[in-house]
Design a protein around this ligand. Structure first.
Ligand SMILES: C[S@@+](CC[C@H](N)C(=O)[O-])C[C@H]1O[C@@H](n2cnc3c(N)ncnc32)[C@H](O)[C@@H]1O
Length: 336
């Protein structure tokens, strides 16, 4: 039986091997990743102090458990744009320049969603508003509407006081648009839509409702860009409990085929890419930033939460490195 200390040492080797400029260790890291089962890294059963009551995925309670931890805490280790999702690097980009890669990611999705000709833009799961602000730099854009279930994010965006920037604290399930949109973007929100334990059929039905709504909200000539983590080689039943218990309560990832089946007949998928290694890099940079600001983070949210987040970021980097989970980017145009 491997000791916890040994597991963490091996995990640390794997994650280090994943870091850019570490190609000499990458092969060993990949071999180690094969040997190290995610299940080995599960936290032993502990007291239930942080366990939340059963809640529906995508509910306010589930979202606020994570995103309302404290804006000041997230500001310590996210980049200056406060973007909380996988960044986007081109081959020639500096792998350590996270703000540039986040801006490139925002531009990637806005371009894919046809921002050049858009007047009304919707961001489903808008975080702290970085995509909405970027959208408003485009000359034709009149309104940028964001949906979030986080009170802290809602307040943060509302405080900007720009009447073109409309933030609503509501789920996409309840959204009633004022006007049809030219562009819809959703980055890193779909991971929260389904609940742990939902059957594939239930998940597909929920995702189909999401796509049906999005199609109804889009103009026929509009476009949508979607980014989500998805299961890769790991089966849903092998997912580790630590993440759903302590980090993202009652959320559930899609499997790629579930998304394609759900979108079938509603949207044409014109591009699908898996950029999982870009999320490995993003998680590594977040982890390094959190380590640098650790003392301040502990002062804000306490030692236990900081330790949990360190573990979550390292496990996530490992999952993306090994292919157990993927990072999907889909461009979709409505079937009319
Ligand atoms: C990982 S954050 C990503 C934020 C942002 N897109 C970014 O890239 O920085 C997930 C976001 O999805 C939102 N979200 C989750 N479930 C939602 C739902 N059912 N309806 C609307 N927003 C939701 C959360 O409130 C949060 O803002």
């Amino acid at each position: 039986m491997t000791s916890d200390r040994e597991k963490l040492r091996r995990l640390s080797d794997v994650v280090l091997a994943c870091e850019p400029g570490n190609s000499a260790r990458r092969h060993n890291g990949a071999v180690e990743a094969q040997r190290l089962q995610m299940s080995e890294l599960e936290t032993p059963a502990d007291d239930d102090a942080t366990r939340t009551a059963p809640i529906r995925g995508g509910s306010e309670a589930a979202i606020q458990h994570h995103y309302d931890a404290s804006n000041a805490f997230y500001a310590l280790w996210l980049d200056e744009t406060m973007t909380y999702s996988c960044a986007f690097w081109r081959e020639s980009d500096d792998p350590d320049d996270l703000p540039a890669a986040q801006r490139r990611k925002l531009d990637y999705h806005l371009d894919a969603a046809g921002i050049a000709r858009a007047q009304h833009v919707l961001d489903i799961g808008c975080g702290w508003g970085s995509l909405l602000e970027r959208a408003l730099t485009h000359k034709h854009v009149q309104t940028a509407t964001g949906l979030t279930l986080s009170e802290a994010q809602f307040q943060h965006i509302a405080a900007r006081g720009d009447e073109r920037l409309r933030v609503r604290k509501e789920s996409w399930i309840n959204h009633q648009p004022d006007t049809r949109y030219d562009s819809i973007v959703s980055i890193g929100a779909l991971e929260h839509f389904a609940s742990l334990g939902d059957s594939p059929q239930e998940k597909i039905a929920l995702y189909r409702e999401f796509f049906r709504n999005c199609r109804a909200w889009l103009k026929p000539e509009g476009a949508m860009s979607l980014q989500t983590i998805a299961y890769g080689t790991m089966r849903p039943q092998d997912a580790i409990e630590f993440i759903s218990k302590h980090i993202f309560p009652d959320s559930e990832l899609p499997q790629p085929h579930e998304l394609l089946e759900a979108a079938s007949g509603l949207f044409e998928v014109t591009l699908l890419r898996n950029d999982r290694l870009q999320y490995r890099q993003t998680c590594n940079l977040w982890y390094q930033a959190l380590r640098r600001r650790r003392a301040e983070a502990v002062a804000i949210v306490g030692e236990d939460k900081v330790s949990q987040y360190e573990k979550y970021l390292r496990l996530s980097a490992f999952g993306f490195h090994s292919g157990r989970v993927g990072l999907l980017r889909l461009t979709l145009i409505p079937v009319v």
